[in-house]
Design a protein around this ligand. Structure first.
Ligand code: C2E
Ligand code: CA
Ligand code: CA
Ligand code: CA
Length: 280
């Protein structure tokens, strides 16, 4: 009837108003968080499939809000939409470089160890991204080869020519590149061939079911093959079980990242578990 129709409209309006209010609150909270410097990073190790030794770590952003840790799923989409990701991303890069310098001074930096930082499309698209990165490296006296940048297929697809040019410049500084969430985007094989990346990270949605789903099994097998043919290092992310580890070890020479080995750790815990041990 007309009446329930009107009620529905009112309900809908209320819902929209609630959503708008929540968004406004998030925006206010994020501006406060930037002012108070509440964004930081945790580290998740990457290990070798043969030896299970540390090969690197990925820096993952967190937000400490009123003593509570907030995961990126809850705020990164907002940072992306509002372009604040450019500013926050630069802060994370800066903190990571400061940390690498500190590890170096404490003689805790293992040989060949790199920290991977996620770089969003909007950061890479900035005309001064290269200058920003070289300024941050210089500021902390960090060599580029201690850093890796993780980009997604969509980042690369935005503007192929510009992306490739920038990747080449950054690689000249020693920074290596990893193609993140591989398999979830829309890039074609020709794009992949043209992208000068060093690593390919198989998205964890594919790893999830390799031991139970024949189709995923075949898919992951062909991604590993493809990656090998392109001369890339392959990373399996989201490895959670012994069965997945065993399956992957039978199917290629890989790097592993996932809860089976370690959750992302606060810097202190990461050091205790992986660095103090490794060098002593
Ligand atoms: P991502 O780059 O694909 O990072 C991997 C995500 O998978 C992380 O979630 C990590 O905690 C989670 N993960 C790792 N191993 C496992 C596992 O075995 N099982 C499961 N279920 N999950 C696992 P997190 O930390 O919540 O980050 C989510 C996403 O937020 C990241 O996905 C990345 O796209 C984005 N992100 C995180 N930090 C940054 C950053 O500094 N800058 C940008 N632009 N994006 C970031
Ligand atoms: Ca990543
Ligand atoms: Ca990923
Ligand atoms: Ca992902």
């Amino acid at each position: 009837s007309k009446r329930t129709g009107r009620n529905k409209v009112t309900l809908f309006k209320n819902e929209m108003a609630t959503q708008a209010a929540e968004l406004l609150k998030l925006e206010r909270d994020i501006m406060k968080a930037m002012f108070r410097d509440e964004f930081y990073f945790v580290l998740q190790p990457l290990v070798d499939s043969e030896t299970h030794t540390l090969k690197g770590a990925e820096a993952l952003m967190r937000w400490k809000k009123d003593g509570e840790t907030i995961n990126p799923a809850e705020f990164i989409p907002f940072l992306e939409d509002s372009s604040l990701i450019v500013d926050v991303g630069e802060r994370i890069l800066n903190s990571v470089c400061r940390y690498i310098c500190e590890l170096d001074e404490r003689k805790l930096l293992p040989k060949g160890f790199k920290i991977a930082v996620n770089i969003s499309a909007k950061q890479l698209a900035k005309h001064d991204f290269i200058e920003t990165v070289s300024r941050v490296l210089l500021k902390h006296k960090v060599a580029g080869d201690k850093l890796e940048f993780e980009i997604t297929e969509s980042v690369a697809l935005n503007n192929m020519a510009d992306t490739i040019k920038k990747i080449i410049s950054l690689k000249k500084m020693g920074i290596s590149f990893s193609l993140d969430d591989f398999g979830t985007g829309y890039s074609s094989l020709s794009h992949l061939k043209d992208l000068p990346v060093d690593k390919l990270k198989i998205d964890r949605s594919f790893i999830n079911d390799i031991t139970v789903d024949k189709q995923d099994e075949n898919l992951v097998r062909s991604i590993i093959q493809l990656s090998r043919n392109l001369g890339l290092v392959t990373v399996a992310e989201g490895v959670e079980t012994q069965a997945q580890v065993e399956w992957l070890m039978l199917n290629g020479e890989l790097l592993f990242q996932g809860y089976y080995f370690s959750r992302p750790l606060d810097i202190e815990d990461f050091e205790k578990t992986y660095l103090l041990e490794a060098t002593s």
